[in-house]
Design a protein around this ligand. Structure first.
Ligand code: ASP
Length: 298
């Protein structure tokens, strides 16, 4: 049976999925493949929505979120609002495998990471400091996501990497993000929340989300999508159902793109968005493809 990896967004996803496949070729299990794919992206200072050098919160601090779920056991681990540690996806995996918890937050997540052997590091770069300075100096400074993410350069658009993987009926989901640009300090979005940003169950499917975290969380978007597959929907139909529900029930779901994508235990996959077309990488047995999913119209 095929081994399939999926990753969100063109540039950051492309880097993560190539690394995941490289690890797969080296014979590693799919949990480790997507952990390492996300870790490489986190450590790349040019990717501004994940890990080192990412867009800070409104105080100028970088606070990172990550999560991982194993569809075989429903085991999950997550960290949120972590400062000064990278890659946080590896800390999330430690929470899953080496703690009794599902999520550890903030300063205590950093303490947990250090106890497990991670080294504290400076996650800022000259660019991330400058980006915050420019935002703080701008006349239009607001912490309103709609405004910030509508930046005409498109540069500050959420570029969270969420990944799904399937091998021989085994499903895994994971995500890593710095959250919304210039977010309220301490704010946590959907990405590290099991059921919102990721979900995986070998019996039903796996799903992930990216975009407007508050709205995706309110919809329990990943869990909802997996449950639709459990009730017989294809991955694409399940994504359409979740996004149509959000458009119908959540007035703010079309202010900023909300995206879900999914894969079934037999390998069909799909994606849907509330606004703007969405690029998704797939790697099916080493064949890479960037798909473009049109957004669903209200
Ligand atoms: N979902 C992320 C968050 O709300 C942002 C993103 O996907 O770009 O934190």
């Amino acid at each position: 049976m095929s081994t399939i990896f999926l990753a969100t967004w063109d540039q950051p996803g492309g880097i993560a999925i190539r690394e995941a496949y490289r690890q797969h070729q080296a014979g590693l299990d799919i949990l480790t493949c997507i952990e390492r794919g996300l870790a490489v992206a986190e450590l790349d200072p040019d990717l501004i929505a994940i890990g080192l050098g990412s867009v800070p919160n409104s105080d100028g601090d970088i606070e990172l979120d990550a999560a991982m779920m194993d569809g075989k056991t429903l085991d999950a681990g997550a960290v949120c609002a972590v400062r000064g540690i990278c890659p946080v996806i590896s800390v999330a995996r430690k929470v899953m495998e080496d703690s009794p918890c599902v999520m550890i937050a903030g300063e205590q997540a950093r303490r947990f990471a250090i106890e497990k052997g991670f080294l504290p590091i400076v996650t800022h770069t000259a660019d991330s400091i400058q980006r915050h300075q420019e935002w703080a100096d701008s006349k239009e400074k607001v912490t309103n996501y709609v405004h910030v993410t509508s930046d005409p350069s498109g540069q500050l658009h959420g570029d969270t990497i969420t990944m799904l993987a399937l091998q021989d009926g085994h499903l895994v989901a994971a995500s890593s993000t710095s959250g919304m640009p210039f977010k309220v300090p301490g704010r946590v979005g959907d990405s590290p929340i099991v059921g919102a940003g990721i979900y995986a169950d070998n019996e039903a499917g796996a799903a992930g989300a990216t975009g407007y975290g508050e709205e995706l969380w309110k919809a329990a978007a990943s869990s909802k999508t997996v449950e639709a597959m459990r009730h017989g929907a294809s991955a694409q139909d399940a994504c359409n159902q979740t996004i149509d529900f959000m458009i119908r029930r959540q007035p703010k779901a079309t202010d900023i793109p909300c995206v879900v994508f999914a894969i079934s235990p037999t390998g069909d996959f799909g994606a849907a968005s509330t606004k703007e077309d969405f690029p998704l990488w797939s790697c099916v047995d080493g064949v890479f493809k960037l798909h473009h999913y049109s957004f669903r119209r209200a």
